[in-house]
Write a protein that binds this ligand. Structure first.
Ligand SMILES: [Fe+2]
Ligand SMILES: [Fe+2]
Length: 357
């Protein structure tokens, strides 16, 4: 099914065109010295899966609250106009808000697909090209899975302008490390925290499992960004590193302060500014927005972009405390949780098989 007929707001253009000028690099040394990247490549090949088979798509969403998320996580929770709505109207708000979220995941995954393909061409090392090629198929699978999930909502939203702005900026930059920094570190880092929110709070088994399986792959993508950048940044001058730090801080502020779901309030005929204000002032939402940075901050520190610009910027955002998060432990946990979802499904199928005997 095409999303064209279910967009809740006008889709300005079918094709988002980003002019690019970057070099495609061949490498004739065929080095095999980056064993860390080659190990990740082996893992990437071994852990491929099929979204049509691994996920039970016969499961449905809940009409009242599609992903069965707790109300505390809903942006309008406690908002006077929302509280006065009928049960049916509230359900419609939840459906639209959740569809907006999954739409942004879907478009973000397409961004990751395109960035990974750019990395294959633009990065000089063959070992990195190998790994990035497995990420290309991973990201295609993520687009496929979120699209199938979004189909069940029956409504979709175009890419929100701040995400489109950041993606355009990352893609237009001809330097290979900027693609990693914008995509593997900022966008994937934010996405991981948001996916974790859905995986851990959605009571709906279909929605939870899609997020869990995507996260299992994302753990490798984040590791790829870390390995590549950690080896590269010590070789840059301080001025070059500063430029990256400034980009990081700006990108993080952009994603925190402008990722506001305005399109949803507009489509629902609600007063947009009042809704945004409620969302910005609600304590729960602020905590949630800061939490979105718990995966980015420790990685930024780990890749060596930890100068005054970044530290001051993160202090201002109130997210500096995440610098001590153990990212390896979180990623090991992400992989384990995905395996638990597999185990649960095969357990249910075993019981169904016994019952039908
Ligand atoms: Fe992805
Ligand atoms: Fe990814």
């Amino acid at each position: 099914m095409s999303l064209k007929d279910v967009y809740a707001t006008t889709l300005e253009e079918d094709i988002f065109h980003v002019d690019q000028t970057f070099d495609a690099l061949f490498n004739f040394t065929y080095d095999e010295s980056r064993t860390d990247l080659l190990d990740l490549y082996e893992k990437g090949k071994a852990m491929q899966w099929n979204a049509k088979e691994r996920i039970d798509w016969s499961q449905e969403l809940d009409p009242e609250n599609p992903m069965e998320l707790p109300d505390e996580l809903f942006a309008l929770n406690g908002f006077h106009l929302y509280e006065k709505m009928s049960r049916k109207e509230k359900a419609e708000c939840r459906r639209h808000m959740q569809a907006w979220n999954i739409s942004q995941f879907l478009h973000g995954e397409q961004g990751a697909l395109i960035c990974a393909a750019k990395i294959v061409q633009n990065v000089p090392e063959m070992e990195a090209k190998f790994y990035a090629s497995t990420q290309v198929i991973d990201e295609a699978r993520h687009v496929e899975a979120y699209k199938m999930l979004l189909d069940k909502f029956g409504v979709a939203y175009p890419m929100t302008p701040p995400l489109q702005e950041l993606l355009g900026q990352v893609l237009r930059d001809s330097r290979w490390d900027m693609t990693y920094l914008g995509m593997q570190v900022v966008i994937e880092g934010l996405a991981l925290a948001a996916f974790a929110g859905m995986r851990d709070h959605a009571q709906n088994p279909l929605a939870a499992s899609v997020n869990a399986y995507v996260m299992q792959d994302e753990a490798r993508h984040v590791a790829f960004g870390r390995l590549a950048l950690r080896a590269y940044y010590p070789h840059l001058t301080e001025a070059e590193r500063n430029e990256r730090e400034e980009f990081l801080v700006e990108a993080c502020f952009l994603m925190r302060d402008r990722f506001e779901a305005r399109e949803v309030w507009e489509a629902l005929g609600l007063p947009v500014e009042e809704c945004v204000k409620h969302q910005n002032e609600s304590e729960g939402m602020q905590m949630f927005r800061n939490f979105l940075f718990n995966r980015i901050v420790p990685i930024v520190k780990d890749i060596g972009l930890w100068g005054k610009t970044v530290q001051d910027g993160y202090a201002k955002m109130g997210v500096l405390q995440y610098a001590s998060v153990d990212i390896d432990a979180l990623q090991a946990e992400d992989e384990k949780i995905a395996e638990e979802f597999d185990a649960r499904r095969s357990h249910i199928e075993d019981i169904a098989a016994i019952a039908s005997e």
